[in-house]
Write a protein that binds this ligand. Structure first.
Ligand code: UDP
Ligand code: MG
Length: 337
């Protein structure tokens, strides 16, 4: 029987975990004839009793698995660790606070096995219960990010989705340190079905995201998926240079015709414009090289194939990364296990 791993990042969630466990196990029961369930809690350095709660659940129920961090590394790290330690043929990521309704997993699972999608993701259609100002900035952020980067990020998408092992492997192959998972999901591609749902308020406990933390996270998204800001200084520099050339022509003509009553300043202004323009432009050139180096350093796969049929007999489709053809062959051993 195939297995489904639900990855759940937890940071100080002791209050809500028992409720979450009840809910997700109800889902496990309704899918028990179709798929074997596993719930992998990633304790992200909680300072309350989260770890003890998970341990207790684990004593009772062997389907509960645990990875616990040595300190708080953030939700991105927790999601990565969860994907890395998951063993399921299908892997879901969802929040512990019941804002991502576990019962949607049933529909998601059917989207993959019956409709043939590689991944099924959730998007919020309403943001009720969230501060207005937060919704406003959040929408603006997605507008800007979509314009600056070439990847598509669906409005209202949340980090709640079910994926095939193939897609999990693709996400894990993006080994960058500064992670922005929503962008990564967009980058890796694959056929994704979107299911809309109404925003739900947190079942218990408190949000871990302050406005400032969200702001920094949004910069992560823009910097991680776009080098457009680096190009800005070259554009500004060119504009300055162009402007100073026009100004020089104007001042020279003016001086020839009418003389130079306040001697010195027109030429000074031109020199300043010209030199700062050249400087900005050179910085822009540096920025271009830095941008390219930045992309190289990320070491993302050059391509991701979802189907490869090069043998006589058709192989089962595999994600082949340019860099690890061999590794993906041995991965087949995993599937047969
Ligand atoms: N989370 C985490 N590490 C952190 C912050 C949050 O693992 O440093 C987890 C948290 O336990 C929850 C999920 O990420 O399961 C979403 O966090 P939260 O509900 O606080 O965010 P919000 O829903 O308010 O955006
Ligand atoms: Mg939440």
């Amino acid at each position: 029987m195939k297995r489904l791993t639900a990855v759940v990042p937890c940071f100080n969630e002791e209050e809500v975990l028992p409720m979450f466990y009840e809910e997700i196990m109800r889902v496990a029961e309704s899918l028990q004839n179709e798929v074997e369930f596993e719930v992998l809690f990633v304790n992200d350095g909680s300072t309350d009793g989260t770890l003890q709660v998970i341990r207790k659940l684990r004593e009772r129920d062997k389907r509960v698995k645990l990875v616990s961090f040595s300190r708080n590394f953030g939700k991105e790290a927790a999601m990565y660790a969860g994907l890395e330690h998951s063993s399921g043929d299908f892997v879901a990521i969802l929040d512990a606070d019941l804002q991502h309704p576990p019962k949607m997993l049933i529909e998601m699972y059917h989207g993959i096995v019956l409709e043939g999608y590689d991944s099924v993701a959730a998007k919020r259609v309403t943001r009720d219960g969230e501060p207005k100002i937060r919704s406003f900035f959040s929408r603006k952020f997605y507008d800007i990010l979509c314009k600056l980067s070439k990847i598509e990020i669906v409005e209202g998408s949340v980090d709640y989705r079910l994926m095939t092992r193939q897609m999990v492997k693709a996400v894990l192959s993006m080994s960058e340190r500064n992670r922005f998972t929503k962008g990564i999901f967009g980058w890796v591609g694959f056929h994704t079905k979107w299911i809309a749902y109404e925003n739900v308020e947190r079942a218990a406990g408190q949000t871990k995201w302050s406005f400032w933390k969200l702001f920094k996270y949004s910069l992560e998204g823009i910097i991680g998926f776009s080098t457009a800001p680096l190009a800005m200084s070259s554009i500004l520099g060119l504009a300055f240079c162009g402007f100073s050339v026009l100004a020089i022509i104007y001042i020279v003509i003016k001086t020839i015709i009418w003389g130079d009553p306040t001697s010195g300043w027109p030429s000074l202004a031109c020199i300043i414009l010209m030199v700062s323009g050249i400087q900005l432009f050179c910085m822009g050139i540096l920025g271009q090289y830095m941008g390219k180096t930045y992309i190289e350093v990320k070491n993302r796969p050059i391509y991701l194939a979802s189907i490869v049929e090069t043998e006589e007999e058709q192989e089962e489709s595999e994600t082949l990364l340019a860099s690890d053809l061999e590794a993906s062959k041995s991965e087949k051993g995993y599937k047969e296990k």
